[in-house]
Design a protein around this ligand. Structure first.
Ligand code: NAI
Length: 379
């Protein structure tokens, strides 16, 4: 039986490559013929590069490509026992694809969504077999990022979830289980990485370069928050933050930033528009070393909030501590898992930092999570 992929933009074509590389037969459908052409060219180029780098043989490349078939009709997905949709991030569009699919595929076919922000319960509601609808959230670029978040809805069947978990693990992915809550694990826990960086910049406690430098040099992150926002796109990052904030009933912890809103409105989207917090191509000037006390302050404000968010995800049973730590390392390249890192850094220090900010600002955004407080107090 084959794996069906719907939508072959950056995510769909990456997931198709992952599945085919693992030996699955893959059928790809997209309503836009230009997108199909682009995906074919890009797959060919990516695999040729892997051959050049001697990561795969030329025969393996041909074998992978022969396993991916682009089809011109959704009906051709009738041979699939797993279909992953990676179309536009719009609830109605995804619901309509699932509605059409259930008339085409066999009753045992699992229907998965690669959504990064929509509720899986809403996708399952009204379907003939809601127990087979799940979230399967890959990270960009799918062939390189090991993480996949598997999200059952309240209506999903445990057997189906376990079967998909082992199938995707066989594709070489690290599969973590997440509750159907806004942002799942990564897009929830990572919010302060951007949000607190933007807030410190707005307050003038650090410049864009200084905050990025502190996170890289003091914190050991591969990229600073502003570099990463420019890579993701300020429009996309702002949309994710806004969705998570509204879905959490406007919890101030997730409040979006006006600076980011204006950047998106002005079309200063980052790398893709040539200008964001930095100008592209980058002018690599040598950086002056950052004062250690300043670097520590900038890093800790973001870090304390990240640890708080990781504890909140644990406290609210979004995922296990192990999965939360794996997710942040393998989905967004954090140098360490936040639960373990918080303990290593000293939870009493993290708690004291959060309490200071909470007191200083009188803002619920900084309220320490009860589990973090309890664990810190027990040390
Ligand atoms: P994209 O815009 O690059 O590709 C979407 C593709 O879907 C396009 O080729 C479009 O022609 C096709 N499409 C739209 N409606 C369709 C329909 N009704 N039937 C068939 N094809 C249709 O989008 P991208 O970035 O690949 O994202 C896809 C999904 O993956 C979204 O739900 C997004 O939230 C999610 N996601 C995106 C990530 C990213 O970093 N770009 C990361 C993780 C998840």
């Amino acid at each position: 039986m084959s794996v069906g992929i719907i939508g072959c933009g950056s995510m769909g074509s990456g997931i198709a490559q992952v599945a085919a590389q693992a030996g699955e037969w893959v059928l790809v459908f997209d309503t836009n013929s230009e997108a199909i052409k682009r995906a074919k060219v890009s797959l060919e180029a990516i695999l040729s590069r892997l051959v050049e780098k001697q990561r795969i043989t030329a025969e393996k490349k041909d074998e992978i490509l022969s396993r991916i078939e682009f089809v011109d009709s959704l009906k051709k997905l009738s041979r699939c026992n797993l279909v992953i949709e990676a179309i536009v991030e719009k609830m109605e569009a995804k619901q309509s694809v699932f509605e059409m699919l259930e008339k085409i595929v066999d009753v045992n076919c699992v229907l998965a969504s690669n959504t990064s922000s929509l509720s899986i319960a809403s996708l399952a509601k009204g379907r003939l077999h809601p127990e087979r609808i799940i979230g399967l959230h890959f990270f960009n670029p799918a062939p390189l990022m090991p993480l996949v978040e598997l999200i059952p809805s309240l209506l999903s069947s445990n057997t189906i979830v376990e079967n998909v978990r082992s199938r995707v693990a066989n594709w070489g992915k690290t599969v973590v289980l997440a509750k159907d809550t806004p942002g799942f694990i990564v897009n929830r826990v990572a919010r302060p990485f951007y949000g607190e960086a933007l807030k410190m910049y707005e307050e003038g406690v650090g410049s864009i370069q200084e905050i990025d430098q502190a996170m890289r040099e003091y914190g050991g992150f591969k990229m600073g928050p502003f570099q990463l926002m420019d890579l993701i796109g300020n429009d996309v990052n702002y949309a994710v933050t806004t969705t998570v904030w509204t879905q959490f009933y406007y919890d101030p912890r997730f409040k979006p930033s006006l600076t980011q809103c204006r950047m998106a409105e002005a079309g200063l989207l980052g790398r893709k528009s040539g200008q964001g917090y930095y100008s592209y191509p980058l002018n690599e000037n040598a950086l002056t070393p950052l004062d250690e006390a300043k670097a520590k302050y900038l890093f800790e404000r973001i870090f304390f909030m990240l640890v708080n968010e990781a504890y909140d995800a644990l406290f609210m049973q979004v995922a296990s501590a192990e999965d939360i730590d794996l997710a942040m390392q393998q989905g967004v390249n954090y140098p360490k898992g936040l639960i373990a890192w918080g303990k290593e850094y000293g939870l009493p220090t993290v708690l004291a930092g959060l309490e200071f900010l909470f007191e200083e600002y009188g803002d619920d955004r900084y309220r320490p999570n009860p589990l973090l407080r309890k664990t810190a107090k027990a040390i």
